[in-house]
Design a protein around this ligand. Structure first.
Ligand code: SF4
Length: 366
């Protein structure tokens, strides 16, 4: 890990002047700040619109009255401490509430706020629940960032999960390969643990989270290759973020560069209208236009052509945004909350101002 250091106070950023520090302290008081020296060094500090700076540095616009905390309403699907059971077949296991850097657009920013008790250190009740709910066939381990934990702590939940026969898929959700690839490259205990859980009968999936092509550094590529050598199955997902990857050329480059290193872009998301996220938000139909244009530009192989644009609604479930014909916008249930909806296509009249699916009011007509 060399001399990588985590920075948890804005005043530790030598790039900020006194005036900027003063102005941003009110944002820091509301939404937690955390970054590290590796990610900081990727930023072009002379560029006021640098996308990596936008991703990690607090911005006064976060204080605008817009959106709501926990827009995804995850809290109402928590069945026992640390476990969310929203979709019948899927469990979401929260194992910590700390990340390699805090993404300013995070939709779980309430996790990092004082007094939040959604995540505890003890996942035993969650493991018991998973073990006794055989309809749950896949578990996604997330947080925070699960890869920030020591391999010894990860082993305590990963091995029991791996040994549950009814689980077809165990996946991790991590952004650490972008934020601190050394954590992946240098920990032989982590390599051994992952290798133990990757056999011919079952393999671990890692959902990576690169947002911008500049995050794919030589070190990040090394970390990806390390995970591949441990036998993991990898793919990437990211929201479409205004001023970060909302330029179709940038998004196409991200998709292409990931494809090169064997990480297909599986899902692009419409950003949740979470409190503080206005500066990253695009109208849904603009995100669709960016997505379609990027797909047209990337000229990738089949791996990349499978990418879908998803709006993950708290009532409907995961819905794919298919496209627009004339004045209608078409959607398809991808992972519905109510299974009877699976695969159904529906549409609304276009609303260029809509940020979220619930902003569409008028059904279109066939
Ligand atoms: S890594 Fe994930 S959980 Fe952590 S701040 Fe970023 S989006 Fe939120």
């Amino acid at each position: 890990m060399g001399d990588l250091k985590y920075l948890t106070r804005l005043e530790q950023l030598e790039q900020l002047g006194a005036e900027e520090l003063n102005a941003l302290s009110s944002v820091e008081d509301k939404f937690v700040f955390r970054t590290n020296t590796y990610y900081n060094a990727l930023i072009d500090w002379a560029d006021p619109n640098d996308p990596l700076k936008k991703l990690s540095l607090p911005n006064l616009e976060e204080l605008e009255d817009w959106g709501k905390l926990d827009y995804a309403n995850e809290g109402s699907f928590v069945v026992v401490p640390n476990l969310l059971h929203k979709y019948q077949a899927t469990g979401t296991l929260f194992v910590n509430n700390v990340c390699g850097s805090i993404c300013r657009y995070c939709y779980r920013k309430h996790f990092f706020m004082e007094g939040n008790d959604d995540v505890t250190n003890d996942v035993s009740e969650a493991l018991e629940y998973i073990s006794s709910h055989k309809e749950m066939t896949n578990v996604n381990i997330t947080g925070g960032d699960p890869f920030l934990m020591s391999a010894r702590k990860m082993e305590r939940y990963l091995i029991p999960l791996y040994e549950m026969d009814h689980l077809n898929e165990i996946s991790f959700c991590t952004r650490l390969v972008a934020y601190n690839p050394f954590r992946i490259i240098e920990d032989s205990a982590l390599h051994n643990l992952l290798a133990r859980c990757n056999t011919k009968s079952k393999r671990i999936t890692i959902q990576l989270h690169f947002c911008h092509p500049r995050e794919i550094t030589e070190e990040a590529k090394e970390a990806v290759f390390t995970l591949v050598k441990c036998g993991c199955n990898l793919w990437n997902h990211t929201p479409i973020l205004q001023g970060v990857n909302s330029d179709p050329k940038v998004l196409a480059e991200l998709i292409n560069r990931l494809g090169r290193i064997g990480v297909p872009m599986k899902y692009l998301y419409i950003l949740y209208p979470t409190e503080g996220n206005k500066l990253f938000s695009l109208p849904l139909e603009e995100s669709l236009a960016v997505f379609l244009k990027a797909k047209g530009l990337e000229k990738g192989g089949l791996n990349n052509r499978t990418v879908r644009l998803i709006v993950s609604d708290e009532i409907l479930g995961d819905v794919e945004v298919l496209g627009k014909i004339d004045n209608n916008i078409y959607f398809k249930f991808h992972r519905p909350l109510f299974l009877a909806n699976d695969g159904r296509v529906f549409f609304f009249k276009s609303n260029p101002q809509a940020i979220w699916i619930s902003d569409y009011k008028e059904f279109g007509e066939f």
